[in-house]
Structure formats: C-alpha cells, structure tokens
Design a protein around this ligand. Structure first.
Ligand code: NAP
Length: 311
C-alpha cells in the first residue's frame, strides 16, 4: 500500500480575481496540497489564518510554501521576502515586471536552495502538449497568433494593468507567447512591433508583432483587449504543408481541420500537481522566454496613441 504523505501547506498571497477563480479551488481539489494561510490587504479567506502583509505572515504565521497571486509589479519584493524566509515559491505569470527582476529572483532562490516555480498557466491547457508532440520534427512554415479578449471582463476595475509594469494587453498576450515558446522552442526574435496605447494609459490596449522563430520561420501575433462578444485565443501553424490550430487558449486542437481529442485536463489543478512534484524532487522550473519576447516588443515597439480607455 502507498505510504500516506502529509499535504504540503500553501499560503496564498494576493487574494484577487485569479486567487479566487483558480488558485483556491485548485488547492482545495489537490490532495497533495492544503491551504494554510491567506495574505491580502483588503480580502480574506474563510477557515484559515489571514494576514494583511507578507512580512507579518512570514514572522507569525504557519510555515508554508508561498503562492504569489499579486500583479507582476509587486513580485520582486515579495519573492525575495519569501525566499529569505526559506519558503518554496510559486509565482503567477508574468513572473516579474522586468527581466532583471526575474533573474534576481531566480538567483536568490538558487542560493537559498528553495524551489521556484514560475508558472505559465496556458502551457497546461490540454491541447498544448499534443500540439508540441505533433510539431516535433516537422518543418514549420509559418505561425499566426490571434489573441483578442475583453479587458473589462477579465480585469474588471484593475488599474494596475494600465500602469508601468502592468503589461497592458501583453498580460493576456504573454499567455499566447508561453504556448508559442513551448510548441516551437528555440530562437524567437521580435522583428517589429506596433503598440496601440490609450492616451490616458501607460500600457498598450492592442499590439501587433512580427517575429522570426527557429529556421527564420515567420510568426505574427495580434493582441487586442477591445473584443466584446466571443473571445478569440487562437494559434495557427502551417508545417509540412499541413495545418494545426489551437483554439480557446490551447483548450482545443485541430489538425487539418479535424478536432483532436485532447481530454479535459484543467490548467490550475495541473499547476499545483506540478508544484507538488517540484517540491518533492527539490527542482525549480523557471523559463523566461515569453517575458523576453514582451520585453523585446516593448524595446522595439512603435507606440501609436489611440482613444482613451474608459472602464
Ligand atoms: P487582481 O484581481 O488585481 O488581484 C491581485 C491582488 O493582489 C489584489 O486584489 C491585491 O489584493 C493584491 N496586491 C498586492 N499588491 C498589489 C499591487 N501593488 N497592486 C494591485 N494589487 C496588489 O489581479 P488578478 O487578475 O488576480 O491578477 C493577478 C496575477 O494573476 C497577475 O499576474 C495576472 O497576470 C495573473 N492572472 C490573471 C488572470 C485573470 O483572468 N485575471 C488569469 C491568469 C493569471 P489586496 O489589495 O487584498 O492585497
């Protein structure tokens, strides 16, 4: 008989939309995890000790791994605090506001011997692994990403997405880039970018990227946060003269127009299963490739002013 293992305690930090929609249910549903505490300035979770800031929690709360569900601009300081306290750490995407920050976080985690899991939830969508398998060894000819959603629906009342370090439309766009870099590993250079920035915001509401992938494969991406009605999260690849299409953010897969059965695995439960495995094997998982593409697009991007964004 398998030996019973105590569940790993986890403290969730930043009880906002994604913590409530995904992290708390995923932890509750994963037998290898248990919620030990919540840390948030303006919100609380029933049934566990609550703390208003990380410093107080780390000093006085129950010892647990830490899941940071705060916006990326708040990631560096909190990550370094958790690592200094010797806590294994899971961070939401984007892993930090800048490449420099995530390198510092990674270095600190390595030096402290704690597990760092920089999550990319879209990589756990059920169509992504079969798509990557199908593409292995095939000659990719081109890739087109269309990622169009309604910011009011997915980020209601969130000012941080529009401020410096908030990523704007790259907050969802980086999900597409995380799938792209998983199914097409290797070189990915931004050749040109057009960033549409509302006149009252610091971050773009729309973006178009022209990239070059492995073997100079052309990769285009269109991100738009103004799409009402049906939402579009598609990646289309032509390889060996055949077509692959991931839709619904990687949730469904078609090859040559025929649906492939990819099962119904959910992203966040898979993330917590992976976190448990990483903790059990004392390994970290940090890939900065999607963040680097965003950074390059911001470096090269032609910023075009567009109409003010009114919530
Ligand atoms: P959110 O609703 O604004 O929640 C984040 C929470 O973090 C806030 O409610 C706030 O809680 C806390 N916080 C700590 N420092 C903060 C700061 N400097 N600015 C703002 N809030 C701060 O945001 P979210 O949508 O959950 O997104 C959080 C992270 O999850 C982001 O990295 C995002 O990309 C990622 N994510 C979001 C979605 C989505 O659909 N929204 C999906 C997947 C991933 P207190 O005020 O109580 O401290």
């Amino acid at each position: 008989m398998a030996e019973a293992v105590d569940p790993i305690p986890v403290a969730v930090v930043g009880v906002g939309k994604i913590a409530r929609d995904q992290h708390l249910p995923a932890i509750a549903g994963e037998p290898r995890m248990r919620l030990a505490a919540a840390v948030s300035r303006n919100a609380s979770v029933d049934g566990v000790p609550n703390f208003v800031d990380l410093e107080t929690y780390l000093a006085a709360g129950p010892k647990a791994a830490v899941a940071l569900c705060t916006p990326p601009s708040a990631r560096l300081e909190a990550s370094l605090q958790a690592i200094a306290a010797g806590r294994d750490l899971l961070i939401e995407k984007p892993p930090a506001a800048t490449l420099g920050e995530i390198e510092t976080i990674r270095g600190a985690a390595e030096a402290a011997g704690v597990v760092l899991f920089a999550t990319w939830h879209s990589r756990f969508a059920p169509g992504v692994a079969p798509a990557a398998d199908w593409l292995k060894g095939r000659a990719v000819e081109r890739v087109a990403i269309t990622w169009k959603e309604d910011v009011r629906r997915w980020h209601p009342g969130q000012d941080w997405v529009w401020r410096p370090g908030g990523f704007g439309v790259f907050d969802p766009g980086i999900n597409a880039l995380s799938i792209l870099t998983e199914i097409l590993p290797g070189q990915m250079h931004v050749a040109a970018a057009r960033l549409e920035v509302p006149e009252n915001c610091a971050m773009p509401i729309g973006a178009e990227l022209a990239m070059r992938g492995p073997e100079n494969v052309p990769v285009s991406a269109v991100f738009d946060w103004r799409q009402e009605g049906p939402q579009t999260w598609d990646i289309e690849v032509v390889a060996d003269g055949r077509s692959l299409k991931l839709s619904h953010g990687g949730g469904t897969l078609e090859i040559d127009g025929q649906a492939v059965d990819v099962g119904g695995k959910s992203e966040y439960p898979s993330i917590y299963r992976r976190f448990a495995e990483l903790i059990a094997t004392r390994q970290s998982d940090v890939d900065i490739a999607p963040l680097r593409i965003c950074a390059d697009a911001f470096l090269l991007g032609d910023r075009v002013p567009v109409a003010a964004f009114i919530e």
